[in-house]
Unconditional design. Structure first.
Length: 335
C-alpha cells in the first residue's frame, strides 16, 4: 500500500436555498487515494460529483456549507480551517482544481503569464518574475504549449490550448491532489485524448501526486483512472477498479449506467441500450432507505425502509446494496 495522499471520512455538505431549505448534496462520502493513483468519479447529473469536488477543497462559500466529516490531505486535516488559511496553505499546493467549463475560466483582459504570477505570488511572494517565467515555460512545454502562449490573451487561443493552459496554471505548484471536473467535456475527440494523455504525463513525472477525474462517461474513466467511484443522490453506491466497474458492476445503479452506454471494448453488435426508469430523489427530503430503490427492479420493502450501509467484499470491492455479492452476480447472469 502506497502513501495516502487524500483520505475523506464521512463527509457531509449541503446547500441552503434562499427559502432556508437544506439540500443534502454530499451525504456521508468516504474515500482514499494513494500517491500515484487516480480515482474516477461518475454518475448522472445532480448526483453530487461537482459538489464533492468543491467540498474536498475545504473552501466553502454560500450556498454551499460544511456539515461534518474529515478531509485529510497528506496527513493534514483541512476540515474546519479558516477560509484564509485554506487559500494560503491548501489551494494550489495541496489541492488544485480544474473547474467545469475551464475554457471560460480565464479573464480575457489578462495575459496568461499574469495568472501564473498571481498563483505563485499567493504562496511564494518573493519569487522573481524571471524565475516564474522560467517555471511556466518549462511546465507549458511539457503540455505541448510554446512559450509564446504566456504573452497571449485567452481569446487568442484555441479550445484545446485554453484547456491545457488552465491545466498548467492549476498544476504550476505541483499539488498533492488534482481535482479535474469534466476537463474534456467541451473538446473534440482528438483534443480530449491529448488533454488526458498530458494529465497522465504530469502524474508520471511527479508534478501531481494523485488525481480525481470527474465525468459522466464510465468508458472514458476505464482508460484514464485506476479506480472508479459511482455516486447517486449524494452518496457512494460502489467503488472498485476501473476494470471491475466497467465489466463486473455489482450495484444495480452501476449496472444500469453501463447498460445505457456503449463500451468499445465490449463491442456494439447486437447490444441493446437500456434506460434507467424514473428520476433521482429530491435531496431536500431524501428517502429513508436506499435512494435508488424507487428506480431499482430488484428493490424489496426492506430496501425502502432501512438505511443501507456500505458493504465490503472479500476482495475489497465496496457497494451500497442489501443483496449479497453472489446474489447480485447471479441475478445479472440470469438476465
Amino acid at each position: 500500500m502506497g502513501k495516502v495522499m487524500l483520505e475523506v471520512k464521512d463527509l457531509k455538505t449541503k446547500y441552503v436555498t434562499r427559502l432556508r431549505e437544506d439540500v443534502y448534496a454530499v451525504d456521508g462520502v468516504s474515500l482514499k487515494i494513494e500517491e500515484g493513483k487516480s480515482l474516477g468519479v461518475a454518475g448522472e447529473s445532480g448526483c453530487g460529483k461537482s459538489t464533492l469536488a468543491l467540498s474536498l477543497m475545504g473552501y466553502y462559500f454560500p450556498p454551499l456549507h460544511y456539515m461534518s466529516g474529515d478531509i485529510i490531505v497528506d496527513g493534514k486535516n483541512i476540515s474546519g480551517m479558516k477560509p484564509d488559511d485554506v487559500r494560503k496553505k491548501v489551494l494550489g499546493t495541496e489541492i488544485a482544481y480544474i473547474p467545469q467549463a475551464a475554457m471560460n475560466a480565464l479573464n480575457p483582459t489578462q495575459k496568461i503569464i499574469r495568472f501564473i504570477e498571481d498563483v505563485i505570488h499567493a504562496h511564494e511572494p518573493n519569487m522573481s518574475k524571471k524565475d516564474i517565467y522560467d517555471l511556466a515555460k518549462e511546465r507549458f512545454g511539457i503540455l505541448g504549449l510554446p512559450a509564446e502562449v504566456l504573452e497571449k490573451h485567452a481569446v487568442e487561443l484555441s479550445g484545446g490550448m485554453k484547456q491545457r493552459t488552465v491545466i498548467a496554471i492549476s498544476t504550476i505548484l505541483s499539488p498533492k491532489v488534482l481535482i479535474a471536473d469534466e476537463p474534456s467535456s467541451a473538446l473534440d475527440v482528438t483534443s480530449q485524448k491529448m488533454v488526458i494523455k498530458m494529465m497522465r504525463d504530469l502524474m508520471e513525472k511527479g508534478y501531481i501526486k494523485s488525481m480525481i477525474f470527474i465525468t459522466h462517461e464510465l468508458p472514458l474513466l476505464y482508460n484514464v483512472t485506476d479506480d472508479i467511484m459511482v455516486m447517486y443522490a449524494g452518496q457512494i453506491v460502489e467503488i472498485g477498479t476501473a476494470k471491475e466497474m466497467v465489466f463486473d458492476p455489482l450495484h444495480p445503479y452501476t449496472k444500469g449506467l453501463m447498460g445505457s452506454i456503449i463500451v468499445p471494448e465490449e463491442g456494439v453488435r447486437g447490444k441493446k441500450l437500456a434506460a434507467i426508469p424514473g428520476t433521482p430523489p429530491n435531496l431536500k427530503h431524501p428517502p429513508k432507505g436506499c435512494r435508488f430503490a424507487e428506480r431499482c427492479k430488484y428493490a424489496t420493502p426492506t430496501c425502502r425502509g432501512m438505511e443501507i450501509p456500505n458493504i465490503e467484499t472479500a476482495d475489497g470491492r465496496v457497494y451500497r446494496c442489501l443483496m449479497s455479492e453472489r446474489k447480485i452476480r447471479g441475478v445479472y447472469e440470469n438476465e
